[in-house]
Each structure stands twice: as C-alpha cells, then as structure tokens.
Design a protein around this ligand. Structure first.
Ligand SMILES: NC(=O)c1ccc[n+]([C@@H]2O[C@H](COP(=O)([O-])OP(=O)(O)OC[C@H]3O[C@@H](n4cnc5c(N)ncnc54)[C@H](O)[C@@H]3O)[C@@H](O)[C@H]2O)c1
Length: 432
C-alpha cells in the first residue's frame, strides 16, 4: 500500500476510468485536472474519437474542459476499448441497466472485471462506481479478482464508491459533491479515500462495501418514494379539486420536518426508475418484498397513463377526440436542462398518444430527434404558426431554454405538468 499511497501523493499513479459516459467522463477529467495521467476506456469508439478531437458529448461538460485535458497530454485512450495493463488504479463506471424481465443486468460489470482479472497486479486499486445491489463488490467482484491468487487488502485493493452526479446542475460538480467510499478491508478504504481526496473536497468512509452500495440505493429510493408520494398527492388533489402546487408551497413554509418534492409526468434517466429495482431484486432473493420500493415504482410508472387521461379529458372539454388531434409535447428529456431521455416518461406519453392515432409531435432543444418504434421523430420549432395550430400543448419538461411566453400567447390549450405558469389556472391553462 505504501507504494500506491506515495504514487497517489506524487500524482504519478496511472488511473484508468472504464466507461466514459455521463459519470465516467467528468471523473476522468477531474483526475487529469488534479495532475494524474488518466487512461480512458470505452467500447464506444465514437466517444473516444470525439474526445481525441476535443469534443464533449456530455451536456454538462463543455468541450473546452476536454480540450484542456487533451492539451495537458495527460488524457490518453486505450486502443479498441480494452483496459491497459500498466494501471495503478481502475474506476469502473459502466452501465447497470435492467434486463427485459426488469432484473439487474450486471453483464457490463462482469465483462470489465473479466478483463481486469487478467492483468491484476500487486498494489493495484480497483473501485466500482456503477450503481448496483448491495453485495456486488464483496460477493461478485472480490471472488472474481482473487481467482488468480492475489489477496485483497494485502496484494491489491478493492472498494465501492457511488457517483452522485446531478445532471443539469451548475451548482453541484464532481469536486463539491461529497463522496462516500467503502473498501473490502480498512486498507482498501484508506487507499481509495486517499485517491478520491485528490479530486473531491469531502470524502466519507463506510465500514463495508455493502454499506456504501446501500447508501446510493437509499438516496435514490428516497427520491423515488417521495416523487411517488407527491405524484399520488397530485392525483388525489385532482380528485378533490385542490391545487397541489399551492399545497406544496404552503407546506414548504414549515421550517422543519418537510422537504418539498414536485409532481410530474413520471421518473426517468438511468437512476430513479432503475436503481430501486436493484434493491428490490436483491431483497426478493432473501424472501422479502421491498413494498415501498415496488409501490413507488408502480405509481411513478403509471404517471404517463394519468397524463394521457388528463389530455383526453381536456380535449374532450373542447369536444375533441385524441384521434387526429394535434398534440405537441414540450420536452422529451426526463429532466430540465438535460439531454438524457433514457426511460423518460415523455417517450411513453408520446407512444400512447401515437397509438391512439393523435397527430403527436414534440419540441426539445436538447434532443433534435429520437426513435419511437421504427419511426424517427424530429423536434419541431416552437413558432407562432406551429403553436397556434395545436389542439393542445403539453409541457412535460421545464427546460430553461424554453420560452413559455409565446406558448402562452399562441397555444389554444395548455396542459402544464411542471407548473411553469406558477399555479395559473384558466380556461386555457391547466396544471396537474
Ligand atoms: N447518469 C447519472 O446521472 C448517474 C448518476 C449516478 C450514478 N450513475 C450510475 O453510473 C453508471 C454509469 O452510468 P452513466 O450514466 O455514466 O452511463 P453511460 O451510458 O452514460 O456511460 C457508460 C459508458 O460505459 C461504456 N461501456 C459499456 N461497456 C463497457 C466496457 N465493457 N468497457 C468500457 N466501456 C464500456 C459505454 O459505452 C458508455 O460510454 C450506472 O451504474 C449508473 O446507474 C449514473
């Protein structure tokens, strides 16, 4: 450990970041910024190509940050997406999606561990950062890595440290978001803490890798459950003819014991709809039903149906059917100021309306096109002519780049699921 400790202090440890996506790229750049030489590894060679031309493909990372890293000469890339042999530290940031049966798909982690195992050497540190179920690092990664005969905690080090990236946020960056780290042994925790202290202002350690894995799942389950609670509140308020936004605003005046969450068309992205399912899957194996997790997942997943029902009712008020109505969806990204539309509820809403034979279109400044089934759909410009010919405009994502004034001026009917009109309800504007 002494050797690696010194290499980290002297910034001569060679760091590999495996998976240069939304979470891996910012991490790699932060290590370069801190003085390390970083080897980026990604099987998507288009990404490597883009970085080599100093072009960022992650919305939150400006190309100038990539350019600075490239100009430093300390951001290098592995050929053909394979992990180089001579690394001192490897951080794994590959996807952890759900498979078709909604069970964890950890094949990406297994693939990477298979490669690392072949080149594992004395004094090496491996950190898993991908979100996963408790026990992955200890029960799956550890035995795999020890197969070659090296002993964890003595010959090499293994830890888990979750990413807490906040897409679209200018306030929170890799540097100022506190990090949690848990190792297999105290030595593993210590050395990984040392590594992350070079790029993050605050690092907290846990007593085990399982605890660190569970921290991430608590954080995201907390969000999923609270979003589901407020989504159900919105449904109940609708039935009671109460404005849910006003309820939240007034409840937020309580200075303790309340934290506002806001309703919307559902949850999306790689985290909230996915991560709690990892927890629930693990508990199912132990004959326990994670009721909160499952109920929250159900409520959030049903929100697109609820939104479509509201659209149907609003059109009905104007004596129109969904079929053949022109419906414009504002926002395909699941979150404001983001270009991420993985698992986005807007996709479901688009799909349902399309299957009901509506003339559905969308606008999103961050997503010029997307695929719905076999069809390629292109974003439309929000001109007065486009807005005024819609039977209804549905605000699904409140990107700051949207100008809502012309929407208010030219649209005939608006369904505002994000309260961009600040509680305004009129014959023309309806909120959740
Ligand atoms: N996106 C977020 O907001 C966020 C936040 C916290 C945690 N996470 C977690 O981080 C992990 C990664 O998420 P992401 O959003 O960065 O995903 P991403 O899809 O943006 O990036 C993953 C990258 O890994 C690459 N990859 C896949 N297999 C590989 C392999 N065998 N070798 C090398 N590269 C490989 C992919 O090409 C891709 O570029 C997931 O576990 C996710 O749950 C994501």
């Amino acid at each position: 450990m002494r050797g690696l400790d010194k290499k980290i202090s002297d910034r001569v440890a060679k760091i590999g970041v495996v998976g240069l996506g939304r979470t891996g790229l910012p991490l790699a750049l932060e290590f370069v910024e801190s003085g390390f030489t970083v080897f980026g590894v990604d099987t998507d060679l288009k990404k490597i190509d883009s970085l080599m031309r100093s072009r960022s493909y992650v919305l939150d990372i400006p190309s100038k940050s990539v350019k600075r890293a490239m100009n430093s000469g300390r951001l290098k890339f592995a050929k053909r997406g394979t992990i180089p042999r001579n690394l001192d530290c490897i951080i794994i940031c590959v996807p952890t999606p759900l498979n078709k049966t909604k069970d964890p798909d950890i094949s990406y982690i297994l693939e990477v561990i298979g490669q690392i195992k072949k080149n594992l050497k004395q004094g090496m540190l491996v950190v898993l950062q991908s979100t996963t179920y408790p026990g992955t690092t200890h029960d799956l990664v550890l035995p795999n890595l020890e197969e070659g005969g090296l002993k964890c905690g003595k010959d090499f080090f293994l830890a888990y440290s979750p990413e807490r990236f906040d897409p679209g946020s200018k306030e929170y960056t890799t540097k100022n978001i506190p990090r949690v780290v848990g190792g297999i042994t105290a030595a593993c925790t210590g050395i990984s803490r040392k590594l992350f202290c070079t790029i993050v202002e605050e690092v907290h350690t846990t007593s085990s890798t399982q605890t660190a894995e569970m921290v991430k799942l608590l954080e995201n389950t907390f969000r999923s459950v609270n979003i589901a609670l407020i989504n159900e509140m919105a449904i109940m308020c609708e039935k009671l003819d109460i404005n849910v936004w006003e309820v939240i605003e007034k409840a937020s005046t309580k200075p303790f014991g309340f934290m506002p969450f806001y309703p919307g068309p559902g949850t999306g992205g790689h985290c909230i709809p996915v991560d709690p399912q990892y927890l629930s899957w693990k508990l199912r194996l132990l004959d326990y039903k994670a009721r909160f997790v499952e109920l929250a997942g159900e409520i959030n997943a049903e929100m697109p149906e609820f939104i479509v029902r509201k659209i149907t009712e609003l059109l009905n008020k104007k004596s129109k059917a969904v079929k053949n109505s022109r419906i414009l969806l504002m926002g395909i990204a699941y979150k404001r100021n983001s270009d991420d539309y993985r698992e986005s509820p807007s996709l479901d809403i688009f799909g349902i309306l399309d299957s009901m034979k509506a003339k559905v279109s969308y606008s999103d400044p961050y997503i010029p096109e997307f695929k719905s089934g076999d069809k390629k759909i292109k974003s439309v410009n929000l001109s007065p002519a486009v807005l005024s010919k819609q039977d209804i405009v549905v605000i699904l994502t409140d990107h700051q780049r949207f100008d809502f004034e012309p929407v208010n001026k030219h649209a005939q009917l608006i369904f505002d699921t994000r309260n961009v009109f600040n509680g305004t309800r009129s014959k023309k504007i309806y909120t959740l």
